[in-house]
Design a binder for this molecule. Structure first.
Ligand SMILES: C[S@@+](CC[C@H](N)C(=O)[O-])C[C@H]1O[C@@H](n2cnc3c(N)ncnc32)[C@H](O)[C@@H]1O
Length: 259
């Protein structure tokens, strides 16, 4: 795991930067290319990696891959949506205990579910909060972001009311042989490390979920806490383990026509 020391500010130091630096206990430095740092461009927050060819990592719900996925990603047919039991007539309230850069949560919210995102890593939380704030520049992204709420906390310590679905996607040790680890994942592994305490989350998730717990795992990974799920959906790159508690038949959930 890496400790982030710097917040790079290309612009003149403003109050937002000072506040963020104080909150995250980072030193503000001027433009520097050769250190892992958080960067405030004046418009957005990103994670700067010195040896990264593809550029900085930031959360973008307005353009790029996320909007493409919203429009052409397969809607309710997407594996994460199926695993969480979403359909036009079943839009459960979801607690995402491992929010990360918020992609899975955003996909579920784009289909109509209300999603509470929990992230404990302060830098990742700051990136996600910044991405959600910037969603307001697009009406479409903003409408989705309004269904997302973000909490900075360790999800295993939260006292919450039950959620219909609880979703987990903890970090897993990087597989050395995989050549094409996405840049975000590499970034995450450097910053967040591996979530070795993820087994505890499953116990907490099973306490909080009224209908099902869904755990995203890499293909071939052992079950979380060695606990066998009711069912697994296996795709090309990964697997969703479903711990069913109660049937998700339509009628008891919010639906896309507002019933
Ligand atoms: C693999 S990433 C999740 C990626 C996310 N599903 C997405 O679509 O962007 C895992 C994240 O969960 C966070 N995390 C792990 N355990 C947590 C816990 N107990 N409470 C809150 N966040 C946690 C890590 O800090 C990391 O950012």
């Amino acid at each position: 795991m890496v400790t982030l020391r710097h917040l790079i500010n290309a612009e003149e130091q403003d109050s937002l930067v000072s506040e963020l630096a104080a909150e995250l206990a980072l030193e503000v430095v001027a433009q520097s290319e050769d250190e892992l740092a958080l960067r405030w461009s004046g418009e957005r927050l990103s994670l700067h990696f010195p040896q990264q060819q593809q550029g900085d990592v930031f959360v973008d719900f307005v353009g790029g891959a996320m909007q493409y996925r919203v429009k052409h990603g397969g809607g309710f047919g997407q594996a994460v949506a199926k695993a969480c039991g979403l359909s036009p007539r079943v839009l459960p309230k979801v607690l995402d205990m491992t929010a990360g850069l918020g992609r899975d949560g955003f996909v579920l919210a784009s289909l109509g579910s209300e999603v509470t995102l929990v992230e404990r890593q302060p830098i990742v939380h700051a990136l996600l909060a910044d991405g959600l704030k910037r969603a307001s520049v697009s009406e479409e992204a903003q409408a989705i972001a309004q269904r997302l709420s973000l909490v900075k906390a360790d999800a295993s310590e939260l006292a919450l009311q039950p959620f219909e679905v609880v979703y987990l996607d903890p970090m897993f040790p990087e597989r050395k042989k995989s050549a094409a680890v996405k840049k975000e994942m590499t970034a995450f592994h450097q910053l967040v490390g591996t979530d070795d305490d993820a087994d505890i989350l499953l116990t907490k998730a099973l306490e909080l979920a009224s209908h099902r717990v869904v755990v995203k795992r890499p293909k071939g990974a052992p079950f979380l806490a060695n606990r066998k799920p009711s069912q697994s959906l296996t795709g090309k790159s990964g697997r969703f383990d479903i711990y069913a508690i109660r049937s998700m038949a339509p009628g008891k959930f919010r639906s896309s026509d507002g019933e």
